[in-house]
Design a binder for this molecule. Structure first.
Ligand code: FE2
Ligand code: FE2
Length: 280
């Protein structure tokens, strides 16, 4: 079995550019786990690649994988399939955060603070990926044993501004993940798998801080708009706020991260015509 790249600190400083570029374009898991501290040298322009670097076992596949039904999540292979899908989302988040560090300029102290926050979230995503792969290995599986899709990555080219990035990544995808993490933690706990449940608990706590990070910046940038208006304006088509509610949507959980009662009212009442996003 291949050894799991360690999620550890590496105190050797490299430039933010080399760090992010290696993570985004490096084609194996070792590159995705790069853990140097970075210096925020002068911003260099960077053109977003068509796809992140991925080869061999971690290549993208066009094959569709059906997410297992909750009732089957006590079966080893179904559990592995679910963990594999969670792990892929973490890897995509790592790559998209590396892309964000590369494409958005940092000419002011404010931009730099924003990017330091993304850097810190990226390190959390590496931790999550490592936890999921570790659990997969315990179950006798490896990352790459099931098809890997690139859905989240395909949205990246639409995120031309930091506000579009936070609207989609933090307030939509990571926000939905609060519900998913809570939902699946409960399912695994009910099946007596406390190891998997506690990994999801850890992910959930970190993701609350990632959503809060996005909310903090959007509140700063919204000018005279409400957070909800600014969110709607920033979220790229065809995503809608319905995407930010996961299975078992829990407004209390979201409010812990968002800290904006009016936003939560709007989100609770939001409805749209896209049937596919109606999950609960
Ligand atoms: Fe994560
Ligand atoms: Fe996250």
């Amino acid at each position: 079995m291949e050894t799991l790249p360690k999620h550890s600190e590496n105190s050797d400083k490299i430039s933010y550019f080399d760090f992010s570029r290696e993570i985004l374009l490096g084609n194996n898991l070792e590159a995705k786990f790069l853990a140097n501290s970075v210096d925020w040298s002068e911003y260099k322009t960077f053109e977003l690649p068509h796809k992140p670097g991925r080869s061999g076992r971690i290549s993208f596949s066009s094959e569709r994988m059906k997410f297992p039904k909750a009732v089957h999540l006590n079966e080893n292979d179904m559990k592995a399939m679910a963990l594999h899908s969670f792990a892929n989302h973490e890897l995509l988040a790592i790559e998209m955060m590396a892309a964000a560090l590369l494409v958005y300029p940092h000419s002011s102290e404010e931009h730099l603070r924003f990017k330091r926050g993304i850097f810190s979230a990226l390190r959390d995503e590496q931790k999550h990926l490592s936890l999921y792969i570790g659990r997969l290995n315990e179950l006798g599986y490896e990352f790459g044993d099931f098809p890997l899709n690139d859905f989240f990555w395909r949205q990246m080219e639409k995120l031309k501004t930091p506000a579009q990035y936070t609207a989609m990544m933090s307030l939509t995808f990571e926000a939905a993940n609060l519900d998913f993490a809570q939902h699946y933690a409960e399912i695994f706990r009910n099946f007596g798998d406390h190891t998997t449940a506690s990994i999801l608990d850890t992910v959930l706590e970190d993701e609350i801080t990632h959503v809060a990070f996005g909310a903090y910046w959007m509140k700063k940038w919204r000018a005279d708009k409400t957070l909800w208006e600014y969110y709607l304006q920033s979220l790229p088509w065809p995503l809608t706020p319905a995407r930010s509610r996961g299975i078992g949507f829990d407004p209390v959980l979201h409010e812990r991260a968002m800290n904006d009662a009016q936003f939560m009212e709007e989100l609770k009442n939001y409805d749209d015509d896209f049937k596919i996003t109606k999950r609960s």
